[in-house]
Ligand binder design. Sequence first.
Ligand SMILES: [Zn+2]
Length: 358
Amino acid sequence: MKFKSSFIVILFFLLSACAPRVDRATPTPVVNGAAGIPQVMFDAALTPSPVPFQFNLPTPGAEPVSGWRPPLYPIPWALSPYDHFYFSRPIAADNVNWPLADYRYGGIFFSPDIVHTGVDIDAELNTPILAVGTGVVVSADWGLYTEAPGDQDDPYGQAVVIKHDFGYNDKTLYTIYAHMSEIIAVPGQHVESGDVIGLVGETGITTGPHLHFEVRVGKNTFYNTFNPELWTAPPQGWGVLVGRLMDEKLKLLTRLRVEVSPMPYELPVRTVRTYGVGAVNSDPYYQENLVLSDLPAGVYKITLEYNDEAMQTWIEIFPGQVSYFTFQGENGFDLTRPPAPEPGFLPIDISATPSLVP
Ligand SMILES: [Zn+2]
């Protein structure tokens, strides 16, 4: 089928962009905040690092490469009726970037037509990959994308799909774990959060070992993904920044570079871009096109450039919560949260359209 084959080519570029290229900090004991989940140790002989962030010096303005993180809040975690941090993390590490800065959800790597439907998490080859919530393994094989079991040309490589025991309202939740070096779970197996389901690898189309992780809502398809950073529990005491950035005519701004800096020292600066156009879905409540998780509670400065003009605002991040802002071009920033939905509000509306039309 012409569409699918061309799409695989596109996916090649998409997934080949998932190239870990960061220096890894000293491995530390892994902590998973969900109660009762045993800690997994990468290397117990090494000393945990108390350093909140490490800088990728001397590159100016670089994203912190890695960082210590507190244990996660227990799942499910939701302080408001609109939040749904239902999952733990698939790499139960407190020293890996989450996710890789340049390979977030909605990212565009090589072509304006290609959007990233998950997050990439850099990890050593054969690092354990953990189920992020209770559920049943519905697929554990090559061929997730091509729908051809055993297909070793599949861009996702060896991948596992978990259908979770819980949903979001009446929508089924799935999580996807791709590029495994080895699959450990078997189809039909019931897993708990923290169970090892496979090992980090570079099968499929990648240029280095990493985990490609997706959250799918409603249906187990490429077009039903949502931003994993809005579905996985924050580290304790840390929060999540969510934004909707538009021009004056309320048209979404794509690929806009935004800097987020903790006050008062303004270091480290973290950069994030608004979603590209394509097979990405915004949360039905927030209607966001930008998410930056893992921010220690505190005040941050948000800076961006619009029409050659520097625009900035300040926002407070609260423990375990979403802090929300909108931007409307020349009209600037607004920190008002979205209004409470109507009684008939449907939490999930799959609005993504295929990024490639055959
Ligand atoms: Zn990826």
